[in-house]
Design a protein around this ligand. Sequence first.
Ligand SMILES: [Zn+2]
Length: 230
Amino acid sequence: MPPPRERPSPNFDARPSGQAVDILLLHYTGMRDGKTAMARLCDPAAKVSAHYCIGEDGGLTRLVAEKERAWHAGVGLWAGAGDINARSIGIELVNPGHEFGYRAFPEPQIAAIIELCRDILTRHPIPAARVLGHSDVAPLRKEDPGELFPWARLAAAGIGLWHGHAEAVSPAPSQTEIKRRLDAFGYGYLEDDLGAVVRAFQRHFQPENVTGTANAETLGILDALLARLD
Ligand SMILES: [Zn+2]
């Protein structure tokens, strides 16, 4: 991998001592262009950053060293853990996002993120099921990297979990049972807004059906993923 451009951001602090990195968290920048996004990620007043940012041309910039805690996740939850920044590496992908004209991630950007993730996974043994999107850990607030992000392609490249062929579940399980399975997979906020959590799950694993209502296929996918958890 070619060395990244360095553009140090002041927006980080130390990870808690002894804390292992066990989540890889992907984002989109959600701003009009990459220049604006990069300026914000380095603005001390914004108090946000990520370890890396990848432009639509595939250009890779390092903002924060992996050993530090970058400030990218905000309030979130995964598998019962709250301080996502402490235990994760955060990668921003330049994309205007749902607010400013969400569009497909271009090929050079996809190639670059696959290469970067593979590189990170050689340094940190992050389980496949913990390669996540921002909306997975903050489903009530976030939509990124969104339903256009090619998770299946990353999984085919050895990054993250995918479900392959999933059988639709019939008859549909109860709401309680849906909650139990989403909880077992790692999602939080199930008592706050189940629809938002289902929508986050669909953005990641059923991108052709982002409705917030679990259908028979949604549940089949969830079951297939749970079967692959360990
Ligand atoms: Zn984000």
